[in-house]
Design a protein around this ligand. Structure first.
Ligand SMILES: [Fe+2]
Length: 281
């Protein structure tokens, strides 16, 4: 199964630029164009929060219009910049964000891997929250199936070395840590939020933090300093389930690139090039 993650899209009202300079809509459209040309095809797209820069309906409708161009079915999570109630209203009746009330969490059951879409949004704060109601929902949901599970959540539930992320402390994800440690069906946790890429673990399970389609943050790990803004989209991330474990990493699908394949560049057909790679063995 092939799952694509896009995160932290930070869409503005139509016609507006982030910080007056960065066209987050253009950056997202470029990522979508690549995802739409993915070969082999992908099964679904998960957009893991910070869908808009400011939670107003105009920005959400602009976001909705842009993601209507994604060919595979796509599913959404709220981030700290979003408003789950407003998302429920804007996407009511569609498949992208089905929950209508707290805890604003849901499952995707129609794939080879079960996907649990969690909510770490805390009203009035950029910091995460995952209280007992959300945790109880997760515990009950995990008890209903033994299929392999991927968990998606906006905030990274791990220590990152980034003061911007770690200032909340580890308490908010302790319940998640304990629950996942006793749930062997959970194979991967994915998140966004820090606009940079990092891996970690939660309850012994790999965590993959993907970077943003809108802009990058050069976060000085180990120093208590504000991050550096870089106006550049990250590639989408491909999480591939091979029947045993996930292989995760950024994946580009550049258009019109046949002449840039290394067999064409080296003047050899692919089989001959592979033979030369093997050497004399
Ligand atoms: Fe973000």
């Amino acid at each position: 199964m092939r799952i694509v993650q896009i995160t932290d899209t930070h869409i503005m009202k139509e016609g507006e630029l982030l910080y007056g300079t960065t066209d987050t809509a253009k950056h997202l459209r470029a990522v979508i164009a690549e995802v739409n040309s993915a070969d082999p095809k992908i099964d679904c797209v998960l957009i893991t929060g910070d869908l808009v820069e400011q939670p107003n309906e105009e920005a959400f409708h602009h976001f909705k219009k842009i993601i209507s161009g994604i060919k595979p079915t796509s599913f959404l999570l709220p981030g700290n910049h979003d408003n789950p109630e407003m998302m429920a209203k804007v996407f009511e009746g569609g498949q992208e964000f089905p929950p209508l009330e707290e805890p604003f969490q849901y499952t995707l059951e129609d794939f080879e891997v079960r996907i649990l879409m969690l909510n770490s949004h805390q009203a009035g704060s950029d910091l995460p929250a995952f209280g007992k109601d959300r945790l109880a929902w997760l515990e009950q949901t995990l008890a209903t199936s033994k299929k392999p599970v991927l968990i998606a959540i906006h905030h990274p539930p791990m220590e990152t070395g980034m003061s911007m992320v770690d200032m909340v402390g580890p308490e908010w994800y302790q319940g998640l840590d304990h629950l996942i440690a006793k749930s062997p069906e959970v194979k991967l946790v994915i998140c966004g939020h820090a606009h940079s890429t990092l891996t970690g673990t939660l309850g012994g399970v790999p965590v993959y933090m993907a970077s943003s389609s809108a802009y990058q943050l050069a976060v000085p790990r180990g120093l208590d300093r504000a991050p550096f803004f870089i106006s550049m989209p990250a590639s989408a991330v491909l999480h591939e389930w091979n029947g045993d474990h996930f292989r995760s990493g950024p994946q580009a699908w550049p258009a019109g690139s046949d002449e840039k394949r290394i067999d064409a560049l080296s003047g050899m057909d692919w089989d001959s090039l592979k033979k030369s790679m093997r050497g004399k063995k």
